[in-house]
Design a binder for this molecule. Structure first.
Ligand SMILES: Cc1ncc(COP(=O)(O)O)c(C=O)c1O
Length: 372
């Protein structure tokens, strides 16, 4: 009989504090956006060091609002091909031309040399992604954006609490978009937030998120209903207080995984940006099928047979998505992305794991690769 508890890829169970905070709001009858959202925005801004934070319905809505505010139809935006589709699709939905760029094979971040090659005359923004929670080197992207007159929009959906050279990623760039989807480092269900240092942009985002309404039934611009609710914000506030502890546990798990998996032929372990602090949303290894003796999918299957879940983030680049087939520069080849898409495998690293859980994961990977 196997008495070990099942492992999962994410800890999506709310804490008692989170639940109490949500229940208090439910009891108050305040179901829509209200004081909890306002307080969450203030606290999130303070936690990241950003001047402003604008809550919204989810991470995709955060990107959509920022792209709507900063881009005009036909403007080009450089995005990494190796990301969740929303980084790119939300820009396409405001009529921008998505230029999918390749990524660095080690950091998985948008490759600026490749971006330089693909840059067109109508380039207006660049949207690097702090993929898996590993922070991009902000100085490099800021210099590129300055040189080419681009808005610098970060997708930090996976990077709550990540830091670059001592500064929280939420305080860097023109706008930073977060998601609070259940698998994320800070999770409320559906929710998102945008941080920015630009007061005018924050004002515009607030208008856009609520039908462009500047007074009761006075619609100054066209907008969306992308508001968060107070129930979600109350959970977010509770989680924000626990975020440092949750990140610490993720970092410990990543360290244990790194120590346990070191030296295995055919596995490349994740790196941390020099001078950065990784938020460990995912712990993603790269499997070299020749050196490992099996490909990524076979490793995943054999781990699953031992009760160890894993996931692929992501099995194809943006440029390989059928949805982008008709979108020109979004579809040009990105060879590094294509190789990574066939080789990456994320192992559990979330804050709900114990040392024993991590030891089980390590032992399973070692057994599988040793052919046992
Ligand atoms: C990199 C990235 N961007 C954007 C999103 C979209 O966030 P959401 O699912 O909250 O819309 C996600 C999350 O799924 C993500 O991982």
């Amino acid at each position: 009989m196997n008495l070990t508890r099942p492992l999962s890829m994410a800890q999506i169970v709310l804490s008692e504090e989170d639940i109490a905070a949500a229940v208090a709001v439910l009891r108050s009858g305040a179901l829509r956006e209200g004081p909890e959202c306002a307080a969450f925005e203030k606290e999130f801004a303070a936690a990241t060091g950003a001047a402003h934070a604008v809550s919204c319905a989810n991470g995709s809505a955060a990107l959509h609002l920022v792209y709507h505010a900063l881009l005009r139809p036909g403007d080009e935006i450089l995005v990494p091909s190796f990301t969740f589709v929303a980084t790119a699709s939300m820009a396409a939905l405001v009529g921008a031309k998505v230029v999918a760029c390749d990524v660095d094979p080690v950091t998985f971040h948008l490759d600026l040399d490749d971006a330089r090659r693909r840059l067109g005359p109508r380039a207006r923004a660049i949207a690097p992604v702090h993929l898996y929670g590993n922070p991009c080197v902000h100085e490099n992207y800021a210099a590129f954006a300055r040189e080419h007159g681009l808005f610098l929009i970060y997708d930090a959906a996976q990077a709550h609490g990540a830091q670059c050279h001592g500064r929280d990623v939420g305080a860097l760039g023109d706008a930073v978009c977060y998601s609070f989807y259940p698998s994320k480092n800070l999770f409320v269900g559906e929710g998102g937030i945008i941080t920015t240092g630009d007061e005018e942009l924050a004002q515009r985002l607030r208008l856009l998120r609520s039908h462009g309404q500047s007074g009761k039934y006075l619609h100054t611009v066209l907008g969306y209903n992308y508001r968060m609710t107070d129930v979600e914000a109350a959970i977010g506030r509770s989680q924000l207080r626990r975020l440092p502890a949750m990140l610490e546990r993720r970092a410990r798990n990543a360290q244990l995984l790194g120590e346990g998996l070191a030296g295995l032929a055919g596995l490349r372990l994740p790196t941390v940006t020099a001078g950065g602090s990784h938020a460990w949303h995912q712990y993603t290894i790269v499997v070299d099928p020749d050196a490992a003796g099996m490909d990524r999918d076979e490793l995943a299957r054999r781990l699953a047979a031992r009760g160890v879940p894993s996931a692929v983030h992501y099995p194809r680049g943006v440029h390989q998505q059928p949805a982008f087939a008709a979108l020109g520069p979004a579809t040009l080849p990105c060879p590094v992305t294509e190789t990574l898409a066939s080789r990456v495998l994320s192992l559990p690293v979330h804050h709900g794991l114990t040392d024993e859980d991590v030891a089980r994961i390590v032992a399973a990977v070692r057994e599988v690769l040793a052919g046992r």
